[in-house]
Design a protein around this ligand. Structure first.
Ligand code: SF4
Length: 434
């Protein structure tokens, strides 16, 4: 079904053949002034990228991402299926549902050393190390009181350290305590994050009788040079091997990656994205590299050895990764760090691309790109444009404090832009009418 066609100057609605358009309308319509664009469709061209040259800059990549729409074509307008989820298998939770997470932060527990960018205390807001089974029980019980009845599944999540790096006796006692809540039917499953080099047959057999459904790996990069700069102490091959082992045992797999690490660049970061796509995890998280007080990176920053990305650069790189994962039906469950008091008041954040609404900035830039692309293809000047988006996407289209509107008007020399909500439009599409 072709999209509805509108011609603002006449106020009439028209059929897909353009019947009833004025002469001016016909001209504008023929030049593609009325178009809908989806984010997924923007990715066809990047599939061909061979990354054969280190001189390939982020800017060139970004223009390549969107080059498909330089010559607008109504045939390309297709609704995008939102939340295309991989088939749910075995022990994995239904991935389409947003779980209710009971977070248990094990600040740096099990870490073999300190990675250069890391200081979990300001990220998690938790200062103490470790947790006793008694504390764990109390915390889970407290959290369950606040559960929204609609949220399913309920998961106990061990974050903020290297779960499979802690002592075997502690792993067992924490999992046993958490499993009690699963056995009693209060919780559905357990999840944790751990380093790729802690995944081996021995540790997996240790946890196999506990109700663990989801394992997240701190991958950070698939570039061994970048991993070495970050003092990670593992290689990309460890990640590949870990993912294969987890797949064999049918765990839901999440991979965490970082943007702006020392020694990294936009082309290499996107290469990491492609290698992550090749591993086909169930979901990813994308974090910016921040300069946190107390981290080794803070010393490098103070000595002038490391310069963080600007917020704008970081948003653009994360946007390109997001579009890549989306195209490949890999859920992106987080972009940017969760706001914490320490990050918000700046006491622990020395520098770097932190924003409490980082994900919103990424989505806003995607809508900005789509709108500019549509408007430039329409080749109009000085008039008014109407951009219709799904009601849930209006704020993304507008950008924070209407920044997108201001920038679009400036870039394409428009006097006025009207944003309309239309629930018939897919959440990642827009329809432009003039
Ligand atoms: S990144 Fe992970 S392994 Fe490295 S110090 Fe932080 S919590 Fe520990």
């Amino acid at each position: 079904m072709p999209p509805e066609r509108r011609w603002r100057s006449s106020g009439k609605k028209h059929d897909s053949a353009g019947n009833g358009l004025s002469a001016a309308g016909d001209r504008a319509f023929a030049s593609g002034c009325l178009m809908g664009i989806s984010q997924n469709a923007c990715f066809k061209s990047i599939q061909d990228n061979q990354f054969g040259t280190s001189a390939l800059t982020c800017r060139k990549m970004a223009s390549k991402l969107y080059s498909e729409f330089q010559q607008p074509n109504i045939e390309r307008i297709r609704p995008v299926t939102q939340n295309t989820e991989p088939e749910t298998r075995g022990r994995k939770p239904a991935s389409g549902n947003r779980p209710f997470i009971i977070p248990i932060f094990l600040t740096h527990a099990g870490c073999p050393h300190r990675c250069v960018f890391c200081n979990q205390a300001p990220i998690t807001g938790i200062k103490q190390n470790g947790i006793t089974p008694q504390n764990l029980r109390t915390r889970i019980t407290e959290f369950l009181k606040y559960k929204d009845k609609k949220r399913k599944p309920i998961q106990i999540a061990f974050f903020g350290g290297n779960f499979l790096g802690i002592k075997i006796s502690e792993i067992k006692s924490l999992l046993a305590e958490a499993a009690e809540f699963v056995n009693q039917g209060f919780v559905d499953s357990i999840r944790f994050s751990t380093r790729p080099d802690t995944i081996d047959p021995g540790r997996l057999s240790l946890i196999q009788n506990f109700p663990v459904s989801t394992i997240e790996l701190g991958v950070q990069s698939m570039d061994d040079r970048v991993l070495s700069f970050a003092h990670r102490g593992h290689k990309s091959s460890d990640t590949g091997r870990a993912v294969q082992l987890l797949k064999k045992q049918n765990y839901e797999i999440g991979l965490q990656i970082m943007v702006g690490l020392p020694g990294d660049n936009p082309a290499e970061t996107l290469k990491t994205g492609y290698r992550i796509v090749g591993l086909a995890p169930d979901f990813v998280r994308i974090y910016p590299t921040l300069v946190l007080a107390g981290s080794p990176l803070a010393k490098w920053y103070q000595k002038g050895k490391y310069a963080p990305l600007s917020l704008e650069e970081c948003v653009t790189q994360v946007k390109n990764l997001y579009l890549l994962f989306k195209k490949n039906n890999i859920r992106v469950i987080r972009m940017g760090l969760q706001a914490s008091e320490d990050l918000e008041d700046g006491s622990s954040l020395l520098a770097g691309p932190y924003h409490p609404a980082f994900g919103h900035l990424v989505h806003s830039e995607i809508f900005f790109d789509l709108a500019v692309q549509a408007l430039e293809s329409a080749n109009i000047l000085g008039d008014q444009a109407v951009i219709s988006v799904h009601p849930g996407s209006v704020s993304k289209m507008r950008g924070l404090k209407n920044e997108n509107i201001r920038k679009i008007k400036q870039q394409v020399h428009l006097q006025s832009i009207v944003i309309k909500a239309d629930s018939a439009i897919a959440e990642d599409n827009l329809i432009l009418s003039l």
